[in-house]
Write a protein that binds this ligand. Structure first.
Ligand code: ADP
Ligand code: GN1
Ligand code: MG
Length: 357
């Protein structure tokens, strides 16, 4: 269906003038819809190969955003800018199914704010840390049992490792021989992949409601105040570990190179940015993290980076079926940056642990 026609299925104000591809997410198909009165909307084609149950996905998002709306109001904030607002379809549903069976949703566009694909200022990164910490703090009393698991075992790194080994074994594209060094790197780390979940199982770490995809371009930064105003991309809000939210943000934001930089000599962990993020995240969490949770923050960073690298590599072996790519070997480049970052974290491990004390 024509994108303008799609927009007409929703309770959006005004007439659609144009709809254009937008953003740099790897999962959904995001468009910006411009209306005749200057208003904008985000139109998103939901990736239903990945999010198999759209009803459950949208139910989570409606529940989480309406909970956050109340929290934000009670703190004197502006929920229209500080959380996502789902625009319903004309027949009152949270998403629209077109004639091909594709599922679409619309969000109010958050004006006067932007997302970044790389850290441009230390202050912005600090603000994003405070906001992701605060996000977790705001959801501390959210009834976790009402949340659907939109992607089962999303950050169960040991399960990701087993999936990775299956992809190597199957080698459907005959690419495994080309990446022997990367496969070996993963295997060298196989003992570490269950550490955090083992601590969870033993009750040494609490299960919290977390975002699970805390990369910098999933947070909107106000263009005037430079405050991180709104956490977006709520598809994976699920029970999880605080160290994973911290770690995924470090993986993406404290890397001195882009996630898909082909030259891995540019990759390193910026200890300066790491320290800034620790401060901001702890401040945002408002003293809620336990001693153990703080202690495992470096491990969270390392495991999120290793896990993401394994996922990129598995996807490369499987023929690039999960993450959107825009060039040949894109997932391989992404995997290599992640492993280079893990290796650099290992060199800087003592300092990372020191900075979390
Ligand atoms: P993906 O799951 O593919 O990463 P996102 O939900 O993160 O998709 O959206 C992709 C990009 O679209 C974001 O990084 C952001 O730049 C932009 N975006 C998403 N929602 C909004 C919104 N409500 N207002 C303004 N920009 C948005
Ligand atoms: C995906 O949706 P996006 O682009 O924000 C992925 C994350 C990865 C990330 C790597 C649902 O995030 O888990 O860490 O790419 N999201 C999903 O950049 O798999
Ligand atoms: Mg995103």
């Amino acid at each position: 269906m024509d994108k303008k026609e799609l927009m007409n299925q929703f309770q959006a104000e005004g007439e659609v003038v144009s709809v254009e591809p937008y953003g740099s997410g790897h999962i959904n198909h995001t468009y910006l819809a411009n209306m005749n009165d200057g208003k904008k909307y985000i139109l998103q084609g939901i990736n239903t190969t990945i999010f198999k149950n759209t009803d459950e996905l949208m139910e989570n998002i409606l529940n989480v955003t309406s909970y956050l709306r109340k929290e934000i109001e009670s703190m004197g904030g502006d929920p229209a800018r500080e959380t996502l607002t789902v625009v319903m379809t004309k027949d009152g549903k949270s998403y629209f199914t077109d004639e091909d069976g594709s599922k679409w949703r619309v969000y109010e566009f958050i004006e006067g704010a932007q997302t970044f694909d790389a850290v441009e200022s230390n202050e912005d990164f600090y603000q994003s840390a405070v906001a992701f910490g605060k996000f977790q703090a705001m959801l501390a009393n959210f009834p976790a049992d009402t949340l659907h698991e939109t992607i089962p075992q999303f950050h169960d790194t040991a399960k990701r490792y087993r999936d990775f080994e299956k992809a190597v074994e199957a080698d459907v594209k005959g690419r495994a021989s080309k990446v022997a060094a990367e496969i070996a790197f993963v295997r060298e780390h196989s003992k570490e992949v269950s550490e955090l979940h083992d601590m969870l199982a033993k009750g040494e770490l609490p299960l919290r409601v977390t975002h699970n995809d805390t990369k910098l371009n999933n947070i909107m930064i106000d263009s005037d105040s430079h405050k991180a105003i709104c956490v977006i991309d709520l598809d994976t809000v699920m029970p999880g570990l605080s160290a994973h939210d911290f770690g995924d943000a470090i993986r993406f934001g404290a890397n001195t190179a882009a996630e898909d930089e082909p030259d891995t000599s540019k990759v390193s962990l910026s200890l300066e940015l790491f320290e800034i993020y620790v401060k901001g995240f702890l401040e945002g969490c408002g003293g809620r993290l336990t001693e153990n949770e703080v202690k495992v923050l470096p491990m969270g960073a390392k495991m999120m980076t290793l896990e993401c690298g394994m996922r990129f590599l598995a996807d490369y072996l499987e023929g690039d079926v999960y993450f959107k790519i825009s060039r040949e070997d894109h997932n391989l480049d992404r995997c290599r940056t992640q492993f280079a970052l893990v290796a650099d974290m290992e060199k800087k491990w003592r300092q990372m642990c020191e900075l979390c004390k």
